[in-house]
Design a protein around this ligand. Structure first.
Ligand code: HEM
Ligand SMILES: *[C@@H]1O[C@H](CO)[C@@H](O)[C@H](O)[C@H]1NC(C)=O
Ligand SMILES: *[C@@H]1O[C@H](CO)[C@@H](O)[C@H](O)[C@H]1NC(C)=O
Length: 323
């Protein structure tokens, strides 16, 4: 009897502790960044499905847009936070992020516009462009057979988009320490940086992004693959080289290519040549499920970088223009 009472009290204590922990954890997740999985459940219940259907339709016509949408989310988040700043068009008085050389080959803006138009019809002024970009990237990854995951929503759109901010993007000439430091500045570990680089399982790079590797002998570049790259470049600076053998499928072939010294960018190959990150690459090459798991976690985290809340942002009417 007494024992039971003690047990009950302990249980009650534990329960209240759990509740306390929930509140603390909840406060951190939802209070600080203000994002919620069910953010649009009342205000725009079909937001997720509208974006998904729009992305699916676009990718059926052009599967290479999957890579573009994933990269768009990355560029959005790394400059000024995930606030849709990448979507802003330049004006007479302002040269926007998208017109920097770093924008090279960013595409897919019309997919975001298409989704936005439908959302404005259904629930005007509710769904931010930043959230559309984040959802579109997630849906593109799923469409390409990558991991499926839920993302929190509630990002506000920013009011700044300046060409000079794009200096904060990592360059393809970065070595591992520079990559670790660039991602570290935004709160990512080396492991998360490697996992996120795995997005290069989708898409292509242009010759201009890697041709500097071809001018001198590089012990970390497979000689046969060097010939492939040279051949691509013989068609000019804009000629496209797929990152791996399956450019529209989200898999771990990218990491296997690095092991074969067949990484396209210098910043890809260094992940395998330097001891600091070599084992992570090796692990992902051997175990796709582990890559998928780490990638989705890192993507959710990337989607929270410097998110704007409340009056720090707005919900743009047109993703290309500040209200
Ligand atoms: C680690 C540092 C990174 C560097 C230095 C880098 C650099 C680049 C470069 C130079 C290109 C090719 C652009 C071109 O020549 O057209 C590219 C393409 C791409 N990047 Fe990255 N990137 C990095 C990380 C990321 C991350 C974190 C993501 C997404 C989570 C990402 C997603 C993509 C995708 C999907 C493409 C292909 C785009 C297409 O085919 O249209 N990259 N990246
Ligand atoms: C990217 O920037 C260049 C200038 O560096 C510009 O000519 C081009 O139109 C821009 N691309 C897009 C898609 O905005
Ligand atoms: C990486 O690049 C930076 C800047 O160019 C340089 O200072 C550093 O020594 C390089 N690190 C390695 C390991 O090569």
């Amino acid at each position: 009897m007494v024992l039971n009472l003690v047990k009950m009290i302990t249980m009650a204590n534990m329960l209240s502790m759990f509740i306390l922990m929930e509140v603390v954890a909840g406060g951190f997740r939802f209070g600080v960044d203000g994002l919620r999985m069910d953010y649009y459940i009342m205000s725009c219940p079909f937001a997720e499905s509208i974006v998904k259907n729009t992305v699916n339709r676009a990718l059926q016509d052009d599967p290479t847009l999957a890579a573009a949408l994933v990269r768009m989310h990355f560029h959005d988040c790394f400059i000024e936070g995930c606030d849709g700043s990448i979507l802003i068009d330049s004006t007479k008085d302002n040269t926007a992020e998208k017109d920097s050389p770093g924008n090279l080959s960013l595409r897919g803006y019309e997919v975001i516009d298409d989704a936005k138009e439908q959302l404005e019809d259904q629930c005007p002024g509710i769904v931010s462009c930043a959230d559309i970009v984040a959802m579109a990237a997630r849906d593109a990854i799923f469409w390409s057979e990558g991991p499926v995951y839920d993302i929190p929503k509630g990002r506000k759109d920013g009011r700044r988009s300046k060409i000079e901010d794009t200096i904060n993007l990592p360059f393809p000439t970065f070595n591992t320490s520079e990559l670790i430091s660039a991602f570290g500045k935004r709160g990512f570990t080396a492991q998360e940086m490697v996992a996120l680089s795995g997005a290069h399982t989708l898409g292509v790079a242009r010759c201009s992004s890697f041709k500097n590797r071809l001018s001198n002998a590089d012990a970390n570049l497979d000689s046969e693959f060097a010939k492939t790259l040279s051949k691509t470049c013989s068609a000019g600076d804009n000629a496209e080289q797929p990152f791996d053998a399956t450019q529209n499928t989200f898999d771990n072939f990218y990491f296997n290519a690095l092991i074969r010294k067949s990484g396209v960018l210098f910043s890809d190959q260094v992940l395998y040549t330097t001891p600091r990150t070599r084992n992570i690459v090796y692990g992902y090459a051997m175990n796709q499920a582990m890559f998928f798991f780490d990638f989705q976690q890192a993507m959710v985290k990337m989607g929270k970088v410097d998110v704007k809340e409340g009056s720090n942002g707005e919900v743009r009417q047109n993703c290309r223009k500040i209200n």
